[in-house]
Design a protein around this ligand. Structure first.
Ligand code: C2E
Ligand code: MG
Ligand code: MG
Length: 735
C-alpha cells in the first residue's frame, strides 16, 4: 500500500492536541496542518492511519508501512484489526480484543499493540477517533500511532528485575508470593488443589565459607539449572533468597507423586558439582504442603511447608517430609530445647560418657570415645543425636564442643595407664580457624599427652575441599594429636581425600556393620574393601555398633583392627572408667546375643475402622505399605471390607486377609507410600472441599480423627456388626 494524500479534516482531528475539532477549517489552517502532518510523519516520531467503515486500512504513513514490512507484516488490503493485536502483557485481563474494540466505534487512546502473531518484537501506542458523515453515520477510524518499543522494553526489564532473581533467573520471593496468592485464590473458587515444595540446601553455608562467595553463587546457578531439569515444565520455581527455593505445583495432591518428585530433586541436587575445577557435594531437604489440605491461604500453606522442611532437616537432612499437624508440636519442642540448651552449659547439665574401644588383637581396651550426655532437668537424658543438630543450628556447638574437649582431656589425664580418649568434633568446629589453639589449650590445661587425644571428624568436612581444610589437618597434626575419620561411608563417595588427609584411623559406620552377617548382604564386601584401603594407607579401623557375637566374629575375620559396641560395653560414667582402669588388665569379655537380629518395629497406635456406618477403635500393631495387623474386633470373617481411618483425613480401603480371635490382618486396596521419614501415609486424603460440601466449614484438615462426611460424631445408624474388645488385648468387653 502506498501513502495517499490524507484527508485534511481527518488530520486536523487526530493530530495531538487537535482532537475533537471536527468540521470547518480555513484554507490557511488547512495548508498549515498539511505541512505539519507531513513534518510529523517524516520526523519518524509518529504515523497516521485511517480505515473505512469495514475497518480496512485506507491510509498508513509510509515509514510504518516499511517498518511493518521489515517485520514481515503486509499492510496492503488488511484490516487494522488483522494487522495488529493488543499487547497481552499491558492489556488488563478484562480488556476486550481489538476487533471488539473497533466494533464499538468509540474513541481510544494509547493502546499498546504489536504486529499480529509477532508479540514481543515491536510495540506501538495507537489512538483512534471514529469518523462520521454529515448524517452522523460512522465512516471509519482515523488515528495516529508511535513506536514505544524502547520504553516498553526498558520498563519490562525493570519489572523483570523486580520479579526475578538476577543470579539464577528464577522467580524471586516477591513474584512467588504473588503467584501463590493468585493461584490459591483462583483454585479455592475452582475447588482445585495445589502443592507447595520448600527446598533448602544442606551444608551450602560450609561451601560458601570454604570456597568463597563466588563459588557459592556458581553453585546456586547450577542448582537452579538442575531444578529446571527435574521440575515439570511450566511449573513456577523460585529462589526466595540464600539457599532457599520454592516450587508451586498446581493441581497436585497425590502424595505418591509428590514424594517421588521430592526424592528426585534431592537425588539430583546431591550429585557432585564441579566449580572452578573443584568438586563439592551438598544435599537438599524438602518440605511439602498441599492446599487445601494443609492450608487454604498462601500464608498457611507456606507455614506448613516450612514446618515440613524444618522437620526434614531435623530428621537428618537429605530427606523430604510431608506436612502433618503434629509437626507444630515437634517444632515447638525443638525451639524449647534450643532455649533450654542456652543455659545447660552454665548449669552443669552436660557430662561425658565413655565407651571402650577394643583392639581385637587380645580384646584389650585401647581407648574410650567420649560421648556427650545432656541431663535435662525436666525431660531427663536427651540423646546427642537429637541435641547436637540443634546446637549446630543455634550456634551453640562451638561452646559445647569446647567444653566436651576440655572435660575429656581433664578426665582422661586422671585415668591410670595409657588409654586414649576420642572426642567428636563437629564440622562447624572444624571450620573454625581457632580450633588448633583450643586443642592446644585443652592439652596444656590437662597435661594430657597429645598422642592420647584422638579427634573424630566426619566426612562432611571434605565437602568443599579447600586449601583451608588441608591447613587445618596440618595444624592439628603438628600438635601431635591423632585423627579419626568418623561414620565412614555415610556421607560422600569420593575416596580421593583419604590419600591427602593424615588420618590414623577409619571408623566404619554402624550402618555397614548392621546386617553384615545376613546372607546375601553386601556389607561384608564393603567392609573388606575399607579394611584393605585402610591397610594400604597404614590406618587402623574401628567397626562401630557391634552388638552380637556373630558380628564380632565376622569383624575379626574381615580383618578389622578395633571394635566398639554393646558386645563389649555400653558407654560408662567417668567413675566407672577410673575404677576399671585402676583394676589392671585391660581385657574385656564379649557378651551379647549369639546372632544379630534386625530391628523389628512394633508400633501401637489407635486407629479407626469403619464398617457400614459404624466406627470401631482398634489398636494397630504393625503397618507396612500393603497392610496392617490390628487388634480389637473379635472373629471378623475373612473378606470383610473396612475403611481404615489413620486420622487427618487419611482413609484407606482394606480387606481382612487373616483373622484369629481379636487379631486380624488387613490388606490395603491401594498401597501406602513413604512419608519421607520413617513412616507411611496414604496417597490421598479426604478433601476439605468434600467436607465443606457436607456442611463443615472450609478449613485445612484439622489434627486427629473427625466425623466422616455427613456423619455426626459417635452416632451410628445401624447396630455394630462386630464385637469390640479392649484394644490392650485383655479381651475385656467394652462395646
Ligand atoms: P558416633 O560418634 O558415631 O558415636 C557412636 C554412637 O553409637 C554413640 O551414640 C554410641 O552410644 C552408639 N553406640 C555404640 N555402640 C553401639 C551399639 O553396639 N549399638 C548401638 N545401637 N549403638 C551403639 P550416642 O552417644 O547417642 O551419640 C550419637 C552421636 O552424637 C555420635 O555418633 C556423635 O556423632 C554425636 N556426638 C556425641 N558426642 C558428641 C560430642 O561431644 N561432640 C559432637 N560434635 N558430637 C557428638
Ligand atoms: Mg564418634
Ligand atoms: Mg560414628
Amino acid at each position: 500500500m502506498s501513502s495517499r494524500p490524507f484527508g485534511l479534516s481527518r488530520i486536523k482531528q487526530v493530530l495531538p492536541g487537535q482532537r475533537g475539532a471536527r468540521g470547518a477549517a480555513s484554507p490557511d489552517d488547512t495548508r498549515q496542518l498539511g505541512s505539519l502532518s507531513k513534518a510529523y510523519e517524516e520526523s519518524g516520531l509518529g504515523w497516521f492511519w485511517s480505515t473505512d467503515r469495514e475497518g480496512r486500512l485506507t491510509y498508513l504513513s509510509e515509514h510504518i508501512v516499511k517498518a511493518l514490512a521489515d517485520h514481515g507484516g503486509e499492510a496492503l488490503g488488511q484490516t487494522f484489526a488483522a494487522l495488529f493485536e493488543l499487547d497481552r502483557e499491558t492489556a488488563s485481563s478484562s480488556q476486550r480484543t481489538l476487533p471488539f474494540l473497533l466494533g464499538t466505534h468509540t474513541s481510544f487512546s494509547e493502546l499498546h499493540v504489536c504486529l499480529a502473531g509477532r508479540a514481543n518484537e515491536s510495540w506501538w501506542a495507537v489512538s483512534g477517533l471514529p469518523q462520521h458523515d454529515a448524517e452522523g453515520e460512522f465512516t471509519g477510524y482515523s488515528g495516529h500511532g508511535r513506536d514505544v518499543t524502547e520504553t516498553l522494553r526498558r520498563e519490562r526489564d525493570a519489572s523483570r528485575l523486580a520479579m526475578y532473581d538476577s543470579l539464577t533467573g528464577l522467580a524471586n520471593r516477591h513474584r512467588m508470593s504473588r503467584q501463590l496468592d493468585t493461584v490459591l485464590i483462583a483454585y479455592q473458587a475452582a475447588k482445585r488443589s495445589c502443592a507447595l515444595m520448600m527446598l533448602d540446601l544442606d551444608r551450602f553455608k560450609a561451601v560458601n565459607d570454604t570456597l568463597g562467595h563466588q563459588a557459592g553463587d556458581e553453585l546456586l546457578k547450577q542448582v537452579a539449572q538442575r531444578l529446571r531439569r527435574v521440575i515439570p515444565e511450566g511449573t513456577e520455581i523460585g529462589r526466595l533468597g540464600g539457599d532457599e527455593f520454592q516450587i508451586i505445583l498446581p493441581d497436585c495432591d497425590d502424595r505418591g507423586e509428590l514424594g517421588e518428585l521430592g526424592h528426585k530433586v534431592i537425588t539430583m541436587l546431591s550429585q557432585p558439582y564441579s566449580i572452578d575445577g573443584s568438586r563439592c557435594v551438598i544435599g537438599a531437604s524438602v518440605g511439602i504442603a498441599i492446599a487445601p489440605y494443609d492450608g487454604l491461604t498462601s500464608e498457611e500453606l507456606v507455614r506448613s511447608a516450612d514446618l515440613a522442611l524444618y522437620a526434614a532437616k531435623g530428621a537428618g537432612r537429605g530427606q523430604y517430609r510431608f506436612y502433618s499437624s503434629d509437626l507444630h508440636s515437634h517444632a515447638e519442642e525443638m525451639r524449647q530445647l534450643e532455649e533450654d540448651m542456652r543455659d545447660a552449659l552454665a548449669e552443669g547439665q552436660f557430662r561425658l560418657a565413655y565407651q571402650p574401644i577394643v583392639a581385637l588383637d587380645g580384646n584389650k581396651i585401647s581407648g574410650f570415645e567420649a560421648l556427650l550426655r545432656w541431663n535435662h532437668p525436666e525431660r531427663g537424658e536427651i540423646s546427642p543425636g537429637v541435641f547436637i543438630p540443634i546446637a549446630e543450628d543455634a550456634g551453640l556447638i562451638g561452646a559445647i564442643g569446647e567444653w566436651a574437649l576440655r572435660q575429656a582431656c581433664i578426665e582422661a589425664a586422671q585415668w591410670e595407664g595409657e588409654a586414649r580418649v576420642a572426642v567428636n568434633v563437629s564440622p562447624i568446629q572444624f571450620a573454625n580457624v581457632g580450633l588448633p589453639r583450643i586443642v592446644a589449650s585443652a592439652l596444656a590445661a590437662s597435661q594430657l599427652d597429645p598422642d592420647r587425644l584422638e579427634l573424630e571428624i566426619t566426612e562432611s568436612v571434605f565437602l568443599g575441599e579447600g586449601a583451608d581444610t588441608q591447613e587445618m589437618f596440618n595444624a592439628l597434626k603438628r600438635l601431635g594429636v591423632r585423627l579419626a575419620l568418623d561414620d565412614f561411608g555415610t556421607g560422600y563417595s569420593s575416596l580421593g581425600y583419604l590419600q591427602k588427609a593424615p588420618f590414623d584411623k577409619i571408623k566404619i559406620d554402624q550402618s555397614f556393620v548392621r546386617g553384615a552377617t545376613e546372607a546375601g548382604n553386601r556389607n561384608a564386601a564393603i567392609i573388606t574393601a575399607i579394611v584393605s584401603l585402610a591397610g594400604a594407607l597404614e590406618m587402623e579401623t574401628t567397626a562401630e555398633g557391634i552388638e552380637a557375637l556373630d558380628t564380632l566374629e565376622l569383624m575379626r575375620k574381615l580383618g578389622v583392627s578395633h571394635v566398639q559396641g554393646y558386645v563389649f560395653s555400653k558407654p560408662l560414667d567417668n567413675d566407672a572408667v577410673v575404677e576399671r582402669m585402676a583394676k589392671g588388665p585391660l581385657e574385656l569379655e564379649p557378651e551379647g546375643p549369639a546372632t544379630h537380629r534386625s530391628d523389628r518395629k512394633t508400633l501401637l497406635r489407635m486407629i479407626g475402622l469403619i464398617h457400614e456406618d459404624h466406627r470401631y477403635e482398634v489398636t494397630m500393631r504393625n503397618l507396612s505399605r500393603t497392610g496392617a495387623m490390628v487388634e480389637g474386633l473379635i472373629d471378623v470373617p475373612l473378606g470383610t471390607g473396612f475403611v481404615v481411618d489413620f486420622g487427618e483425613g487419611q482413609l484407606a480401603v482394606a480387606t481382612v486377609k487373616r483373622s484369629n480371635g481379636h487379631r486380624m490382618g488387613l490388606e490395603f486396596e491401594v498401597p501406602l507410600i513413604s512419608d519421607g521419614a520413617d513412616g507411611l501415609c496414604t496417597r490421598h486424603r479426604v478433601s476439605p472441599y468434600v467436607l465443606a460440601a457436607a456442611g463443615m466449614p472450609l478449613a485445612a484438615l484439622p489434627p486427629g480423627q473427625y466425623p466422616l462426611v455427613g456423619q455426626e460424631p459417635n452416632k451410628s445408624f445401624s447396630l455394630p456388626r462386630f464385637m469390640q474388645v479392649d484394644p490392650s488385648g485383655e479381651n475385656k468387653r467394652v462395646a
